[in-house]
Design a binder for this molecule. Structure first.
Ligand code: AMP
Length: 278
């Protein structure tokens, strides 16, 4: 496994396009857990060469405190990656990725006016900036993203379509802790008590899935909000039940469309997201 901080060294180790070798790519912000590793393992199974990037992208943080406290643990990350059989790890410094400020403004229309896009202004523009740059550097055939960040996946697919990039976006299932809590680098920032209580988020979503035929969509959203907010450790930022492709709120359940419930919940100071497809 080669670890490099520079674009030129990374490129010199990528297979030539004429070799026909397939490149799989997994962009991450590090503090890796089994969720990330599942993406890397799938990429290793489906490609000849796998590149993982570990880069805490400053342009996608709308809150400087969130950027500052974002967990970083490169040594442990490299140990985990070594076991996956991935080939190249790209760990650039900020000025390797952004030698000049990136002033590009993407337009994702209605996809970015809801949920994370609404509550974290500029977040998806930063995500699109970094992912488009990384795609340009790595030139992957396939790139792997987790359904944990449901809206991010929709944004990335839209960006790939807008820019007509020759990359297949592969969606990977959410990996959860035994308690049901969706794995997240931010879980490391929770106290033991908070972590225990945060499991109520996913448990409520699993219960809600059972209730979907019994309750109307607005009543179900209210029930989820109230159930989570009853726990003193948790405070709901949003609960949205949306069409899984347009991400627009759904009022009535129509059996033809797939709907997904996305939530953002503060557990103490830490903001967690999760979702479930109904
Ligand atoms: P991050 O390091 O948080 O930017 O995440 C890098 C990639 O890992 C993204 O595509 C995430 O959606 C994915 N990911 C993060 N947590 C999980 C999880 N619990 N299960 C599956 N994929 C995940």
């Amino acid at each position: 496994m080669l670890i490099t901080a520079t674009i030129s060294e990374l490129k010199s180790h990528l297979p030539m396009p004429s070799s026909g070798k397939q490149i799989g790519f997994v962009p991450t912000m590090g503090a890796l857990h089994r969720g990330h590793i599942s993406l890397v393992e799938q990429a290793v199974n489906e490609n000849d060469t796998v590149v993982v990037s570990v880069f805490v992208n400053p342009t996608q943080f709308n809150d400087p405190k969130d950027l500052e406290r974002y967990p970083r643990n490169l040594e442990a990350d490299l140990r985990l990656l070594e076991e996956t059989g991935c080939h190249l790890v790209f760990v650039p410094a900020v000025n390797e990725v952004y030698p000049e400020p990136d002033t590009r403004k993407f337009n994702f229309g209605d996809l970015e006016t809801v949920m994370e896009g609404k509550h974290r202004p500029g977040h998806f523009n930063g995500v699109a900036q970094v992912v488009s740059k990384l795609f340009d550097i790595v030139q992957p055939h396939r790139a792997y993203f987790g359904l944990k960040d449901f809206q991010q996946l929709a944004i990335i697919k839209n960006m790939v379509a807008q820019l007509q990039l020759p990359v297949e976006i592969v969606s990977c299932p959410i990996i959860r802790e035994e308690s049901g809590l969706a794995m997240s680098s931010r879980n490391e920032l929770l106290t033991a008590d908070e972590r225990k209580n945060a499991a109520l988020i996913s448990q409520t979503l699993f219960e809600a899935k059972k209730l979907i035929t019994e309750k109307s969509v607005p009543t179900l959203a209210e029930w989820i909000t109230e159930t989570i907010n009853k726990n003193p450790f948790l405070c709901v930022e949003y609960v949205e039940i949306v069409d899984s492709s347009t991400l627009q709120p759904v009022e009535n359940r129509n059996s033809n469309e797939e709907i997904v419930c996305c939530v953002a919940v503060f557990c103490g100071k830490i903001r967690l997201i999760d979702n479930i497809v109904f």
